[in-house]
Each structure stands twice: as structure tokens, then as C-alpha cells.
Ligand binder design. Structure first.
Ligand SMILES: Cc1ncc(COP(=O)(O)O)c(C=O)c1O
Length: 268
């Protein structure tokens, strides 16, 4: 089972691994696991972004977390937790990782320093239940070499010395400021907007091509991600634009929002 909508590269990666994927809807409590269990009772793996669902943003509720873990324990199944945003929760305190509730039984936790520090590091980590560790080590060594040992040790020291927590706090403050400025600018132009993780989601009427709008916006140096490719099939896709808070223009924000409105108007 995987989230629908969900991260397109995850879908592609699982397909490359020849897995048969069941897209499961997402609502205000995150992945709708009851729907999933009802429609896909023979699932071996659930892939989920419990912290802040990608791309819509809700946090997986505690009730659903407990049911998911209970199910995994009963079925001997695995849950892949993609914790891509880690502590970067702008609207509240970040929820504890699902893996912390599970205590090394059925959750495979994937973390990344891409959003919290820099994607240029290409540094991430997996916390796997003990029976899977050697298999993961084998595959990781085979698929992609890890970054230089100096980068890994540097990050470990960075965390140990408390710099990582400081960076997280600083980035959070910076991003909250950028999000609020962007939100205000969009509100003033009467966009229907919701906060979704580190993005703002601008909803578009269904049937409007968010891909064409995103392409047209490139001409103005604006690169929002269209929402529809995150859905499993065009039939279930909703239309929208995900505006990244982290790369929101600091200067000319007003101009950029005007351009956005202009281009959207052309297509709606
Ligand atoms: C949901 C989700 N998972 C995983 C990743 C991948 O992160 P990384 O840069 O560590 O490969 C991203 C990156 O945007 C993401 O949005």
C-alpha cells in the first residue's frame, strides 16, 4: 500500500523493484489505513510519510499509527516510514517518528538531511529492524556508494555538538517567515491555499492542466511543482500547484504572485 497522492519517485522506485502497488487515499488524518486494510487485506508493505504527508501535509493521527503498528505486528508485515522533513514542521512541534512507537519491530525508518541541511550532501540514513540490517547493508553497498566517510563523520560531530538542532531552529524560523509572507501575498490575491509540509498548495479547478501552468511559469523563473503527477492515475488526480516555501522568492514576491495569478487565469 502507498499513499495517493504520494511522492512520484517512491512510486517509480517501488515499481522498479517489481512491487505491485495499491494507491490508498489520504485524508485529514493522513493515510486512510482502514480503507487500505479493507481493500488490500493481503498487503506486505505499507509506505507512508507519517510526519507530514507528501504532498498534502497532514500528520498521521495517533489512532491510525497505533492501528497500523498493531496490524504490522499481527501480519508480520513491514511499514516504510519516509521521514523526509524530520523536525521541519512549521505549524506545530513535529510528531515523534512512527519508529519510536514501534521500537525496532516492523518499521523501517528512512531519514534524510536533504531538507534540513542541504540536498548537496546526498546524505540520508535508514533505521531498520535488526533482522533486516544485513540485507540493507548489502543492497546499499551494491546500489549506491555512501558519501565520503568524512561527510558522515562530519555530520555525526555536527549533531553531537548541537549545531544540527541550532540549524533546525534557525531554518524553521526562516521558513515560517517565508511561508507567512507567501501566504499573505496569495491570500491577497484570493487563492485557495493550504499549508502542506514545506509547501503551500494552491488548488486549481479539476480538469485544469497544472502541468501546463507549471511549464508556463518557468518562463518567469518560477518553478512550482504540479500536484497531479503525485496521484497514482490521471483519473484520481486533483489539480494544483505546490509552491516550495524554502525557495520562495525573497525579492519581488509581489511580482511573482502577480505572474502566478496571470498565468493561472490564462488556463482557467
Ligand atoms: C516525500 C519525499 N521522500 C523522499 C525525498 C527524497 O529526499 P532525498 O533528497 O534525501 O533523496 C523527498 C524529496 O523531496 C520527498 O519529497
Amino acid at each position: 500500500m502507498r499513499e495517493n497522492p504520494g511522492f512520484p519517485f517512491t512510486r517509480h522506485g517501488l515499481e522498479l523493484a517489481s512491487m505491485s502497488l495499491s494507491p490508498i487515499p489520504v485524508d485529514a488524518e493522513g493515510l486512510n489505513i482502514d480503507y487500505g486494510f479493507q481493500h488490500e487485506p493481503n498487503t506486505d508493505l505499507v509506505v507512508v510519510t507519517p510526519g507530514q504527508q507528501a504532498p498534502l501535509g497532514p500528520t498521521l493521527s495517533l489512532a491510525r499509527r497505533l492501528r497500523l503498528l498493531d496490524w504490522a505486528a499481527k501480519e508480520g508485515a513491514w511499514v516504510l516510514e519516509d521521514d523526509y522533513l524530520s523536525e521541519l514542521q512549521l505549524t506545530a512541534r513535529a510528531a515523534p517518528a512512527l519508529a519510536s512507537l514501534d521500537r525496532g519491530q516492523h518499521v523501517i525508518h528512512i531519514g534524510s538531511f536533504s531538507k534540513t541541511t542541504s540536498p548537496a550532501l546526498r546524505l540520508g540514513f535508514v533505521v531498520a529492524p535488526l533482522p533486516l540490517v544485513s540485507r540493507f547493508a548489502e543492497l546499499a553497498a551494491c546500489l549506491a556508494p555512501s558519501p565520503w566517510l568524512s561527510v558522515q563523520l562530519g555530520m555525526a560531530q555536527f549533531m553531537h555538538d548541537g549545531h544540527y538542532m541550532r540549524i533546525l531552529r534557525r531554518m524553521k524560523r526562516l521558513y515560517v517567515g517565508q511561508r507567512d509572507a507567501l501566504l499573505k501575498c496569495l491570500d491577497e490575491r484570493a487563492f485557495e491555499t493550504t499549508t502542506a509540509g514545506l509547501s503551500l498548495l494552491v488548488r486549481l479547478p479539476d480538469g485544469v492542466s497544472d502541468i501546463s501552468i507549471a511549464r508556463a511559469l518557468l518562463e518567469f523563473g518560477l518553478g512550482p511543482a504540479p500536484l497531479s503527477p503525485w496521484y497514482a492515475s490521471p483519473a484520481s488526480a486533483r489539480s494544483g500547484l505546490l509552491l516550495a516555501v524554502a525557495t520562495s522568492p525573497e525579492r519581488n514576491l509581489v511580482n511573482s504572485c502577480d505572474r502566478l495569478r496571470e498565468v493561472i487565469r490564462r488556463y482557467t
